[in-house]
Design a protein around this ligand. Structure first.
Ligand SMILES: CC(C)(COP(=O)(O)OP(=O)(O)OC[C@H]1O[C@@H](n2cnc3c(N)ncnc32)[C@H](O)[C@@H]1OP(=O)(O)O)[C@@H](O)C(=O)NCCC(=O)NCCS
Length: 342
């Protein structure tokens, strides 16, 4: 274990086998979530533990716990892409609610900057949850702006309350989408990607990294192959996520569109919307709506307790936003990618 000293704080690198430190990290995440995001599902232990033991393919992640007198007061995370985007780093900072406005966040950011620079990264990107109401308290946005970062990609997180869906609504959306997509059939699965579809899913995953609007975010295409998709699936399953997928197949037998829903073990009533993408040459056939409606129906059958689904889209992504609004998703929060030149 590496211990650093920084402005009176002790900083400890958390290792994958140090379950006590991972537990402290998890408790810090829970304290921050209940103070700042009380209407969101709480952090999931299986997911947090799994995040140390089942790394995301194509990146290296380091988490440091900050302590004062032995007690955790904050944490920071650095993620370094290794296969593409090798000039970028992702950073994340948490400060315990009772220890804020004392310069701990600033000290943790200085540490992330130094570490990212040491690894030859030229920018630090952070995904920050912010309120919809511009007049509401926004410590994270104020902190990011004070650090000199710029808001490069502004997204809105929308939420669907599945229990409020009108009985006829999904049937109507499904019928409308099918009229325009007669040349396609649906393929669905739960869990890891079946081997026969790995190459098609790799193509779609790569397109996803740049086809969704990035606005001013400096992010290059991610390189996916079958092995990286298998690594991604292993990571999801190792973190306790149940992944529900619907894809569209064209007449030639290729998968040309797909969408995922991901649910954790702690809150079976909640799921995250994962990627939704239609290959460029197959757009304009309502495939986006077709696969999302079909996947929602499958998810309701697979997870009887499912009540809330959250999705996040760039404000400039008008096509995806219009599908989500038609399905009943409504704005819940802003999610902004802040970018800091190093
Ligand atoms: C954002 C967060 C990390 C800030 O931590 P912190 O230790 O309170 O930050 P610092 O004391 O170092 O503040 C540095 C500067 O940020 C700005 N700032 C931080 N909190 C602020 C607030 N509530 N209101 C206005 N400005 C604020 C100020 O400019 C501050 O400098 P100052 O105190 O000299 O005026 C903390 O609120 C937090 O953990 N939030 C939840 C998790 C999160 O959103 N993290 C951001 C993702 S990277």
């Amino acid at each position: 274990m590496t211990t650093l000293s920084l402005s009176g704080l002790s900083l400890t690198l958390v290792g994958p086998s140090d379950e006590d430190a991972i537990r402290e990290w998890y408790e810090l995440c829970c304290a921050v979530a209940s103070a700042d995001y009380p209407d969101d599902p709480p952090p999931c232990w299986a997911h947090e533990l799994g995040s140390f033991r089942h790394p995301w393919p194509g990146e290296v992640r380091a988490v440091w716990l900050a302590r004062v007198d032995g007690s955790p007061v904050g944490a920071c995370t650095l993620v370094l892409p290794t296969l593409d985007n090798v000039h970028n780093a992702h950073g994340d900072i948490l400060v315990a609610p009772g220890h804020r406005r004392r310069g701990i966040g600033r000290a943790l950011l200085a540490h992330l900057r130094a570490e990212a620079t040491r690894h030859r990264r030229i920018r630090l990107i952070s995904w920050v949850a912010q309120p919809l109401d511009p007049g509401a308290p926004d410590p994270a946005g104020r902190f990011a702006a004070a650090s000199g970062a710029v808001p490069a990609l502004v997204q809105t997180r929308r939420r669907l309350d599945v229990s409020t869906i009108e009985p006829d609504m999904l049937a109507r959306l499904d019928t409308e989408a099918r009229v325009c997509s007669k040349d396609y059939s649906l393929v669905q699965w739960v869990g890891a990607t079946p081997p026969r579809w790995l190459d098609d899913i790799a193509y779609l995953a790569g397109r996803m990294s740049t086809d969704a609007p990035l606005d001013d975010l400096q992010w290059e295409e991610e390189i996916y192959d079958a092995a990286r998709i298998q690594g991604r699936d292993t990571c999801w399953l190792g973190r306790g996520l149940r992944v529900i997928t619907t894809a569209a197949q064209d007449r030639a037998g290729r998968l040309v569109a797909h969408t995922h829903l991901l649910g954790g073990t702690t809150s079976p009533w909640f799921a995250w919307q994962g990627d939704t993408i239609v290959a460029p040459e197959h757009r304009g056939h309502r495939l986006g709506m077709l696969i999302k409606v079909a996947n929602l129906k499958l998810a309701r059958r697979e997870r009887a307790e499912l009540r809330l689904i959250d999705t996040c889209n760039a404000n400039s992504n008008t096509y995806m936003v219009s599908i989500n609004e038609a399905m009943g998703f409504r704005p819940h929060r802003r999610a902004v990618d802040w970018q800091l030149g190093l």
